[in-house]
Design a protein around this ligand. Structure first.
Ligand code: NI
Length: 261
């Protein structure tokens, strides 16, 4: 049974067949889905999906491209949403200097505030980082504490940086890119990350793996990602699916008292 650790089923790309597709996911071995929000609106739509589908859980947070929406009143509202019984993470949060939609200082400020929120609420974080390697590492180090856990989603840097996050206890999210022929750096990363620290993810509707590259992505494509990881690790696809499922459950559903004291 597959644990999908990062999806965006509230995206308009799924407006025509969302219900059918989510039912199909459940019928085809997708045991659990974490739907990840990015804006204030998607926090609402993500929580609505979590209320509708028992196997779908919510990550509540504001993406670096959208932090212009935040002020103290919105942040207070966000904190309340994080207390929803099906909210299992704060995310996705981080830094994005590729799209560069918001000023770096503003991105860093709300990234840090949302990491502090995660610590306060004993929730793991889902980190988005694009073209912002050094600043993301610095921010995560600043917030680092045994009481802060999380995943670096859609990991796009090299093995050295992966080691830095592993040393701080983070998981590494691996998605469709690992199946691309030219993804040499990511394949190197997968080789050095222990199986116990890998999460399967799609980031759907984006980043569909081969052989469906370029099409709309969904959790139904995760076996291709698991297969590619298995080839790099020299283990069966089924083993990858089993271990990553356990990893995600430990991160998102672990006993909070035990984990955070
Ligand atoms: Ni995402």
């Amino acid at each position: 049974m597959i644990f999908e650790s990062h999806a965006h089923y509230d995206d308009t790309a799924f407006d025509t067949d969302r219900q059918e597709l989510l039912n199909q996911c459940q019928a085809q071995g997708i045991e659990t889905i974490v739907n990840v929000s990015a804006s204030l609106n998607s926090v609402k739509s993500t929580l609505a999906l979590a209320e509708e589908y028992p196997f779908l859980y919510a990550a509540v947070g504001i993406h670096p491209d959208e932090v212009g929406e935040l002020d103290e009143a919105a942040f207070t509202w966000l904190r309340e949403q994080c207390r929803h019984p099906k909210a299992v993470a704060v995310g996705e949060i981080g830094l994005d200097y590729y799209w560069d939609k918001e000023k770096h200082e503003l991105q860093k400020y709300w990234f840090q505030r949302q990491m502090e929120l995660a610590k306060e609420l004993k929730l793991p974080i889902i980190v988005h980082s694009r073209d912002a390697a050094a600043d993301t590492l610095e921010a995560v180090r600043t917030a680092h504490s045994p009481k802060l856990r999380g995943v670096i989603h859609c990991f796009s840097y090299g093995p050295e940086l992966a080691r830095e996050y592993l040393d701080m206890g983070y998981y590494i999210g691996i998605g469709g890119v690992v199946t691309f022929k030219n993804a040499k750096k990511l394949k190197e990363v997968v080789k050095i990350v222990p199986m116990e620290r890998i999460l399967l993810e799609t980031d759907c509707p984006y980043l569909a793996p081969e052989p469906n590259r370029g099409k709309r992505n969904s959790s139904l494509n995760l076996p291709y990602v698991a297969e590619a990881i298995g080839q790099l690790k020299g283990i069966d696809t089924e083993e990858v699916i089993r271990i990553t499922n356990e990893n995600a459950k430990a991160l998102y559903f672990g006993n909070k008292e035990k984990l955070y004291g």
